[in-house]
Design a protein around this ligand. Structure first.
Ligand SMILES: [Zn+2]
Length: 527
């Protein structure tokens, strides 16, 4: 069906030296479109010979006559005029419009997800024969006339595995990734560090590996080997599906890059039950560092562990040293002490809190080992099985950055009469506890505000940061959505989302305020 288009090598070799008038013909797939100027559009193309190319399409939004069919996920033969700066599209011919992708929202979400991953891992002006072929079969399998369902989450896992395969980072699924021994189905775990499945004693030797269902490795292996067009035939158990989503999210984030926008859309579309609970709603409201979905349903419901490394930044670099020597205390919503002085591991900076109830709200206080940091409380929910948190989700706030942040907030708060008259006197931020956080999708909550009611029943409104991340005088949530609230009494505090006139939006949750510490609502909740 597709005529292969051979690029003109001479012209390709001239690329870079090329002036106006030199052109190149390529077989390409449209991965992204961004409107620019009054009528133009930049399209990001995936090609076999030159990887990703961003091309300007002139006039396409005024008249669809010349380039009108060049929509998302379409495969086309394009002719590019090469010049200094961005190439321009001079002519094109549609090879396959993959029209089926637009026939339902699941196909659209899967295509968007695949395109997002491709954009992350394919470099500009580098040969990408294998990724291009994978993209062709992916969009063909989603865009064909077949009425069969493409396979939902299973399709997404298969695409991730095949992409990792062509990138040379395929997870090890058939042997133990550590010792190369055979797999013992009853003693399996997944290790990002080891690069796949661990079995037997290797599982016990790695404290951060998460246990997986006996059938998961085999199921992922089958998904990897089955063509994308046939993924709908593969049956997934609910447990395999949820665990696969979790382990692959870590693997893809590590080897391809984070891709949260498309993944969130995918999760919403493929959500098994459409009624979202309160907790899920709050998970959407509050950020919550970009973590994967991490609900592993286990056989044993009790004794969930939450574990990860402790850093002093939310986005630690690869070579960043984690912080060791902190003490961890866990509290329930109602103020009950759950775990005190949680265990450390022989791994420097690694923390684990065990024996927590599954799917409940908990508040972890990391007591700073020195005055370089402030003790920090994190609020979140446990999963239904062990929860491994993303790097930076466990974090201590450095005293230096806190002091400079507070200075900035004070200058804005002190003269703000409107805050005082509505919500009582704003204390000096140095008194009582403080909460910092960042809303997820703040644009969805413009005009609402967050209010906090502490254990003394004193209500305080959060103040927000603007698009530059600077403290804002705005009362309602700004498009940036960063917030802070000061002067709260220690103990549990209720957080409400309210309209500007004070009426409740019906959403609330509990966090915990610590005396002389900071509560960070960039916690480990990953719903
Ligand atoms: Zn082993």
């Amino acid at each position: 069906m597709h005529r292969s288009v051979r690029r003109v090598d001479l012209l390709h070799d001239l690329h870079g030296l090329a002036g106006e008038g030199v052109s190149e013909r390529l077989d390409a797939i449209v991965l992204r479109q961004v409107d620019v100027g009054e009528a133009d559009r930049i399209v990001s193309l995936l090609t076999a010979s030159r990887g990703r190319i961003d091309v300007r399409v002139p006039g396409v939004r005024k008249s669809r006559k010349r380039f009108g069919g060049l929509d998302l996920y379409v495969r086309a033969e394009v002719e590019l005029a090469l010049g200094r700066g961005k190439s321009r599209l001079s002519s094109m011919r549609i090879l396959d419009d993959h029209v089926g992708i637009r026939s339902d929202v699941e196909r659209l979400a899967l295509a968007g997800y695949a395109a997002e991953l491709m954009l992350q891992c394919v470099a500009e002006d580098q040969e990408a024969e294998q990724p291009f072929r994978l993209a062709c079969s992916a969009f063909q399998s989603l865009g064909g006339a077949s009425a069969d369902a493409p396979g939902g989450q299973g399709w997404a896992r298969a695409f991730e595995l095949k992409l990792l395969h062509v990138l040379g980072n395929r997870p090890i699924l058939r042997r133990c990734a550590s010792c190369d021994g055979p797999l013992d189905p009853d003693r399996l775990a997944w290790s990002l560090q080891a690069g796949g499945v661990l079995s037997g004693d290797c599982r016990e030797d790695d404290p951060v590996a998460s246990r997986i269902a006996p059938s998961l490795a085999g199921q992922l292996d089958r998904a990897l080997r089955l063509p994308l067009a046939r993924q709908g035939e593969l049956e997934w158990s609910r447990r395999d599906e949820v665990e696969a989503r979790h382990v692959m999210a870590h693997f893809v984030a590590e080897h391809v890059g984070p891709r949260d926008r498309a993944r969130r859309f995918l999760e919403q579309v493929l959500q098994p039950n459409s009624t979202l609970g309160l907790a899920a709603l709050l998970g959407v409201v509050l950020l919550v560092t970009a973590g994967p979905l991490a609900c592993l349903p286990g056989d044993d419901a009790a004794g969930v562990r939450v574990q990860g490394y402790l850093y002093d930044t939310l986005e630690p670099q690869d070579d960043e040293e984690p912080i060791s020597g902190a003490e961890v205390t866990a509290w329930a919503d109602d103020g009950r002490l759950l775990v005190e002085g949680a265990e450390h591991s022989r791994y420097v900076g690694f923390y684990r809190v065990s024996d927590l109830a599954p799917e409940t709200a908990v508040h972890l206080e990391f007591e700073s080992p020195s005055d370089q940091w402030l003790s920090t409380v994190l609020s979140g929910r446990t999963a239904s099985n062990d929860l491994w948190v993303e790097p930076g989700v466990f974090h201590l706030i450095p005293r230096d950055s806190y002091d400079s942040d507070v200075q900035a907030w004070v200058e804005v708060l002190a003269p703000d009469a409107s805050l005082k008259s509505t919500w009582g006197d704003v204390q000096h931020p140095g008194e009582g506890g403080a909460v910092f956080g960042q809303l997820l999708n703040p644009e969805d909550h413009l005009g609402l505000r967050l209010s906090f009611v502490d254990s003394d029943d004193v209500a305080r409104a959060a103040v927000y940061t603007d698009a530059e991340g600077l403290p804002s005088r705005a009362l309602g949530i700004t498009e940036h959505g960063g917030f802070a609230v000061f002067g709260l009494a220690p103990g549990p505090a209720h957080v409400f989302l309210t309209e500007l006139d004070g009426t409740s939006s019906g959403r609330s949750f509990v966090t915990r305020i610590s005396e002389g510490g900071v509560t960070s609502l960039s916690g480990f909740e990953v719903l």
